[in-house]
Design a protein around this ligand. Structure first.
Ligand SMILES: [Cu+2]
Length: 349
């Protein structure tokens, strides 16, 4: 209903403006063109000035209204750098915005048509051209330079003590794989992907590094103050790992692994206190339109202490044993025979 009224008011506004314009055209004919043009110029001048003032008030108002409401403090070390770059860019562009907009509208008002003044012909000035080409070029080079520097840092080698997590995007959800005690993710092969046989990411079971890898869906666990390297892939189309609270983002491309690393600064518990929101959760979103269920790719991330993480990981059974219960020492031999899956076969449960 509200939308209907807004649209109706806008339509009426256009209609009224149109009618006024039409009427003033008739008035112009009656009063004489010259006089009417001068008056229109004057009105335009004032309107431009009003637009400048109302526009700047609007910018200030939006800024005040949304201040601190969007994401809050960055929750990773790299996030702090990303935010700093954003603020520097915003500060510079804001300054340029104010100077150019004030000059544009103020000059339009100040130098409107006047009988007392004659226009000054000023077609070209090399010095001016040079100034407004070189200064933006240098400024942008510095901004882009910082961007590239941080990009290489974020996508470059992770510290030696970093933990690794594999993130796989699919239509429509996220899958995570932890390397287990050996710290190495086992090899995988896309033709081995077979969720029905408990092999959702296509692990090669002959590779012993796969034997302790843990697989989980939709919820990633990370350790506070410990660097984490994400090894990112996709199963079907391009997705994008979006970690807004950490200010990190990376495409998930089928067949081409991508990586990025960062260090979470606060546990989920600490963030709940910081934000004053008892329901706070870190989120992983898909930042690339990937199909009709794109919107539903929200996953969660739990950042916790090393002890909590170890306990969580220990509670998970390696996927090797889930897929091959006959190899699982904790499963009794007799019960295995009844449910032992044959590799590659579909198991009906
Ligand atoms: Cu997606």
């Amino acid at each position: 209903m509200q939308t209907f009224f807004i649209v109706a008011i806008l339509a009426l506004g256009f209609l009224i403006t149109f009618q006024i314009a039409k009427a003033s055209e008739y008035v112009a004919v009656l009063r004489g063109y010259e006089r009417s043009r001068k008056q229109t110029n004057k009105i335009n001048g004032f309107m431009l000035l009003a637009f400048l003032i109302i526009g700047l008030i609007g910018v200030y108002y939006c800024n005040e209204k949304l201040k601190g409401k969007i994401l809050g403090e960055p929750a990773s070390d790299h996030g702090v750098l990303v935010d700093r770059m954003l603020y520097v860019t915003l500060a510079i562009t804001f300054l340029v915005f104010i100077i150019t907009q004030v000059a544009l509208f103020w000059f339009s008002y100040k130098y409107q048509e006047s009988d007392k003044r004659k226009a000054f012909y000023f077609p070209h000035n090399n010095k001016l051209e040079l100034i407004w080409t070189v200064i933006p070029a240098i400024t942008l080079t510095i901004l882009v330079g910082f961007g590239i520097f941080y990009w290489f840092k974020i996508t470059g080698d992770a510290p030696d003590d970093a933990m690794q997590v594999e993130v796989v995007g699919k239509q429509f959800g996220w899958e995570f794989r932890y390397p287990g005690k050996d710290g190495v993710l086992g090899k995988k092969y896309f033709k081995n992907v077979n969720p029905a046989a408990n092999n959702p990411v296509g692990q090669i079971w002959d590779d012993r590094y796969n034997h302790d890898d843990v697989f989980v869906e939709q919820e990633m666990h990370l350790v506070v103050n410990k660097p984490v390297k994400l090894v990112i892939g996709a199963k079907d189309v391009i997705h994008d790992v979006g970690l807004a609270h950490f200010r990190m983002k990376m495409d998930a491309v089928p067949g081409t692994p991508t990586t990025m690393w960062f260090t979470p600064k606060y546990t989920t518990k600490q963030m709940k206190e910081k934000t004053g929101n008892p329901d706070f959760v870190y989120e992983i979103s898909c930042d690339q339109m990937c199909g009709k269920g794109h919107w539903s790719m929200r996953g969660t991330i739990v950042v916790e202490t090393q002890e909590e993480f170890d306990a969580w990981l220990a509670s998970k059974k390696p996927q090797y044993y889930v897929a091959n219960p006959d190899k699982d020492p904790s499963v009794k031999k007799d019960s295995v025979i009844a449910s032992a899956p044959v590799t590659g076969a579909v198991i009906n449960r």
